[in-house]
Design a protein around this ligand. Sequence first.
Ligand SMILES: Cc1cc2nc3c(=O)[nH]c(=O)nc-3n(C[C@H](O)[C@H](O)[C@H](O)COP(=O)(O)OP(=O)(O)OC[C@H]3O[C@@H](n4cnc5c(N)ncnc54)[C@H](O)[C@@H]3O)c2cc1C
Ligand code: FES
Length: 379
Amino acid sequence: MSIAQTLLRSRAAAALTAPHGVDRYLEQINPMWAAHEVRARIVSIERETHALDDPAPVATITLQPTSTWRGHRAGQHVQLGVEIGRGVGGARRTTRAFSVSSAESGPGERFTITVRANPEGTVSKHLVHDAMPGEIVHLSQAQGDFTVTPDRGDPVPMRLVMVTGGSGITPALSMVRTLLRQRYPGRVSFVHFAQSPDHQIAADELAAISAADNGVDVHLVHGELFTAERLEALVPDHRSVRAWACGPAAMIELVQEAYDDLTVDGTPADRGGEPLLAVEYFKTPVLDTADAEGTVSFSQSSGAPGAEGENTGATLLEQAEALGLSPQYGCRMGICFSCVATKSSGTVRDVVSGETSAAPDEDIRICISQPVGSCQVQL
Ligand SMILES: Cc1cc2nc3c(=O)[nH]c(=O)nc-3n(C[C@H](O)[C@H](O)[C@H](O)COP(=O)(O)OP(=O)(O)OC[C@H]3O[C@@H](n4cnc5c(N)ncnc54)[C@H](O)[C@@H]3O)c2cc1C
Ligand code: FES
């Protein structure tokens, strides 16, 4: 760290610049100067998919982060905030999570994210269609343990399977790019499901990887949905190999079924065995709403009218939105904590971990909380 950075991060600098903090002043001089926060300049935006009538095209966005970026491990994601709506009552920062798609980065190094433009989405549509090189975005440090090296220093297994669908390819691309750069001596089976060749992300690069003698077997499956039989045919030894899967929630459910109760050393999962398969969801998993019962009621701390309705079994965030409320949210996946609210009573299930909790007056993330019976929440 340079002397200037040490000074800028000192308590004296914090005291002198209170209450706004050093970064508010540095940003005024140069948006790429920061002592604590991480920001990035968009360097380029390259279209990845080429289907003419595609309502959700994908683009890869190259970001030059500030020197405060500490780097990422393959498979991790960042929370990225964009200022949208400049001029209409002032810009509002909206934040979403995106996996880093490029090979592992070091402090201050450029990296890419690969984004599908959700036609009704706020941030993805902005990044793919409206953002321009030069725009500054706000970042978190890299997060998440969906990596091939869960603890820094752990050796990468000598045999890996990656199963991905659609834009879920992004963390796996970072893993494969990293392993190839590190001249990984093991063997990887990379199985990707896309709608068609025109919807294929990183098509040329994957073709080149497939043609080379580098230990990576690429299987691109176009126009078919995932089935256990297809996986069995493509990767016959998959039941004894550690696997990473990322893609649409419905596909991940099927991959999870294909891996049943398989664990790394054969110890049953309910006796502490580590699952053979690691999964990453971009959206909450498909919820079983068949047995939903009771009512959900929301009161608003702002004094605005609350709402009450039949429990539909959806997440509390979705149920609040369906009742016409607009609670704050960011990632909608339990990562950013922007949707935390107090549950006054009732039991909720965490839709990612499956755990339930019934404690009264507890703070919960409503985006991943499914009410089990009646539930009261203060938004
Ligand atoms: C760990 C992680 C990694 C991810 N990595 C990637 C990646 O690499 N690439 C990628 O493309 N995506 C990735 N995502 C998904 C990404 O974070 C966003 O969810 C996605 O881009 C859509 O965001 P958006 O702002 O465009 O859409 P949003 O504005 O959040 O809208 C998403 C959907 O919710 C609906 N919705 C929004 N507000 C309401 C409301 N008030 N009422 C009812 N419905 C509503 C919209 O209609 C839309 O269909 C990742 C997510 C996670 C959790
Ligand atoms: S919206 Fe991010 S944790 Fe709920």
